[in-house]
Design a protein around this ligand. Sequence first.
Ligand SMILES: *[C@@H]1O[C@H](CO)[C@@H](O)[C@H](O)[C@H]1NC(C)=O
Ligand SMILES: *[C@@H]1O[C@H](CO)[C@@H](O)[C@H](O)[C@H]1NC(C)=O
Ligand SMILES: *[C@@H]1O[C@H](CO)[C@@H](O)[C@H](O)[C@H]1NC(C)=O
Ligand SMILES: *[C@@H]1O[C@H](CO)[C@@H](O)[C@H](O)[C@H]1NC(C)=O
Ligand SMILES: *[C@@H]1O[C@H](CO)[C@@H](O)[C@H](O)[C@H]1NC(C)=O
Ligand SMILES: *[C@@H]1O[C@H](CO)[C@@H](O)[C@H](O)[C@H]1NC(C)=O
Ligand SMILES: *[C@@H]1O[C@H](CO)[C@@H](O)[C@H](O)[C@H]1NC(C)=O
Ligand SMILES: *[C@@H]1O[C@H](CO)[C@@H](O)[C@H](O)[C@H]1NC(C)=O
Length: 810
Amino acid sequence: MARLKMIMFYCFFLLFILITHSASAATDTIFPNQTLKDGGTIVSAAETFELGFFSFKDSPFRYLGIWYKKISPVTVVWVANRDVRLLDASSMLKLNNDGNLQLLSVSNTLVWSSPSSINLATNSTPVAQLLDTGNLVIRDDISGNIIWQSFDNPGDTWLPGMKIGVNHIKGINLTLTSWRASDNPLPGSYTVLMNINGYPQLYNMKDGSPFQRIGYWNGLGFSGMLGLGPSNFYTFESVLNLDETSYIFTLRNASYITRMLLNHHGSFDQLVWNPDRESWDLYTRLIKYECDYYNVCGPYGNCTILKAPPCACFEGFEPLLPEEWSAAKWSNGCKRRISLTPEKGHKFMMLSNLKLPDSQNSLFNSSVSLEECKNLCANNDSCTAYANSTNNSGGGGGCLMWSGELMDIRQAPQGDDSGQDIYIKMARDKKKPYLKVILLTISAGVILSFALILYSWRKTNPNNKGTPLANNDHKQDSDLPFFSLNEVVKATSNFSIDNKIGQGGFGAVYKGVLEGGEVAVKRLSKTSRQGIVEFQNEVICIAKLQHRNLVKLLGCCAEGEEMILIYEYMPNKSLDSFLFDKSLLLDWPQRYHIINGIARGLLYLHQDSRLRIIHRDLKASNILLDSNMNPKISDFGLARMFKEYETEANTNHVVGTLGYISPEYAANGLFSLKSDVFSFGVLVLEIVSGKKSRGFSNPNQHDNLLGHAWRLYNEAKPLELVDAALQDSCTASEALQSIHVGLSCVQQHPDDRPSMSSVVHMLGGEGSLQPPKQPGFFTEMTKPKVHSSLIMPQFPISINKITITELDAR
Ligand SMILES: *[C@@H]1O[C@H](CO)[C@@H](O)[C@H](O)[C@H]1NC(C)=O
Ligand SMILES: *[C@@H]1O[C@H](CO)[C@@H](O)[C@H](O)[C@H]1NC(C)=O
Ligand SMILES: *[C@@H]1O[C@H](CO)[C@@H](O)[C@H](O)[C@H]1NC(C)=O
Ligand SMILES: *[C@@H]1O[C@H](CO)[C@@H](O)[C@H](O)[C@H]1NC(C)=O
Ligand SMILES: *[C@@H]1O[C@H](CO)[C@@H](O)[C@H](O)[C@H]1NC(C)=O
Ligand SMILES: *[C@@H]1O[C@H](CO)[C@@H](O)[C@H](O)[C@H]1NC(C)=O
Ligand SMILES: *[C@@H]1O[C@H](CO)[C@@H](O)[C@H](O)[C@H]1NC(C)=O
Ligand SMILES: *[C@@H]1O[C@H](CO)[C@@H](O)[C@H](O)[C@H]1NC(C)=O
């Protein structure tokens, strides 16, 4: 219990920030030679913000910071001494005669100070004041000039009225820097900054490399970015002039309380205070989809949100490295099918509704029209594309021209018109000049016809006949290699027991070496399955399912009785070994990443692939992890190959794994997409809790994992479900969201469970979360004797009437 409390504290540390209030009357200013001692605070005029000393729960260290005066849990928006923490509560803040604030420790050591000022006129008096915007300013009291302000030294929070960008006059960069952890304001890995090369744009950098390109504000929104679009309560403005290049974020109605936070996981969130619920609601999260990361699809790659796979090449382009590309490595992007050469004429291809490419290599002139822009681009060999104005609020009229490769392009989703049009320079087709040559020179024509005859002769006499299995039509419409049984036998040392790495429901799995690479070989069991031709058709279909969260099928073999599938080899273990073996701990960001990955893989199987596959045996041991801990669903599509599972209605033979199968499936053999959703929900609760659904026991209560989660949820302490080992890395909002999604997925009635597309949306922080109803298999009061954790109180059917085949792999 104590450990669980610790987790809750880490998740909600802000609740527990300790502030020692002074009883004295509030003032918003500090005058020279005055000191603010630890324990004292100053409060802005309308009591919006407060400045003083605070520490995090269970920590003796003190920080000087600014927080919302009237909001509880205490929310700190700025910290002065981020790098050096104060060791005790005997420090003080002092404004000296030169107009700089100094934070001094008990031994008078300078811990932090505002930059010393050269702007102060002789005989003027400086004064420090905390404004109602949350800005701490030092003014020359006579001229009123601002000498320094905390808004020029941003932390991890972007408040309304604050600028992010570059101030060329002062020579300062206004950037946001994340904290190291939610209770450690040391500068972390992420920085939001303005890149002023080419047309200025905002980036979120991770350790100095682009993590996400937020892009440019075009007057109506950030080009192609969802979420940060026009809003009825805030607006962005760009200030682009010789003095500064910056964006300012302002409220349309000052009665709203909102802030943008670059959190320590790199997520850049807009949060809005909800006074009724007394909590910060997530209004927008900038990273939600694969395509939100920087340059996922490489140069000239078209990244499409919620499409699987997300990357494609634009028309007229092809993958630079086709093999890598088909193996879901997209970072090298696409190249032109016909390269641009200076001599040839050009045409421009218009692409619509895109997040415009990275503008680091671009030129901008706001007084050039679109027509002129086209001419400028056509006549400049280094120009590769141009676009209409980026300033929609100015009614267009600008010209943006790119040189070099076009990076980080994204298709705005359908129904979202935040994207913009771009014109890409393309080489003209070669056909026309080619025909001219034929007409002009007879000899060339003769050579050409000869070549054509040669070509058609070769086409009708292919010299490679292939293996007997490979030469049927399938080979043409799939790139899936067929291997001979001989090759597979050799690869696995004749299915040697030493090479066996697992036993799944559909057969044994062996490690092997084929064509120099490691592979996993699945030898399908011989019972109850279809014939060779159907097998091949099925395999070819499944081979076309490609998604980064599905294990990749590399080839197959079908000879005689043998039907064998060859998959990519996953050096890391399956999820169950990581989850339930305490020596291989997954931290919270990894777990959250895994939950999201499985959801996307399953969404693809259910909805986005052309086959609509119900997995039917989703469980931790069927989730494999690659070397980067990306989850990959395995064994998908196998149920389709086995004849007796073909009908979509009742079967009297239930396939699945105890602890994961849905009540309607276990009881009546009814399965649907929603049975997979149920298994997914169980998996989510297992990932969050680090506990097995099957064999879960709680000494105090007689409930199973689902019941336990449900009980905690109803007792309003859902976070107690979180694995005690996650105390350092847990993000409460994500954990809560996952628990909520998990419980929604395991609801007893299939119709109540969300579809996988709503699950993906909910995990992305979108859509409303309905309170879940009671899960299936919940009211378990006694330990079951025969069938372990499987109890169906809502289905008064004798368990003996159905056959439960346990398919517990590995
Ligand atoms: C602050 O103290 C210094 C030295 O103690 C003194 O010279 C100065 O006049 C004081 N300033 C104010 C504004 O009181
Ligand atoms: C501002 O950022 C630019 C680019 O990252 C860097 O070259 C420059 O030194 C920075 N200036 C300051 C004052 O930090
Ligand atoms: C601002 O919002 C408050 C509360 O929603 C509303 O009462 C007020 O009329 C709004 N003010 C303006 C100027 O829109
Ligand atoms: C990008 O890919 C998506 C999905 O394949 C497609 O609908 C869209 O038309 C493509 N965009 C362009 C500009 O080619
Ligand atoms: C922008 O275009 C106008 C009109 O063509 C030209 O006079 C001006 O010099 C250009 N500005 C820049 C910065 O190139
Ligand atoms: C052509 O474009 C490049 C890069 O965008 C630029 O540096 C160069 O000045 C342009 N040349 C002319 C003649 O406009
Ligand atoms: C966009 O157009 C508006 C209206 O013409 C203008 O005030 C603003 O400065 C322009 N912004 C940029 C970045 O050109
Ligand atoms: C480009 O901007 C002009 C306004 O200058 C507008 O009329 C036109 O529709 C825009 N064209 C495209 C393709 O967005």
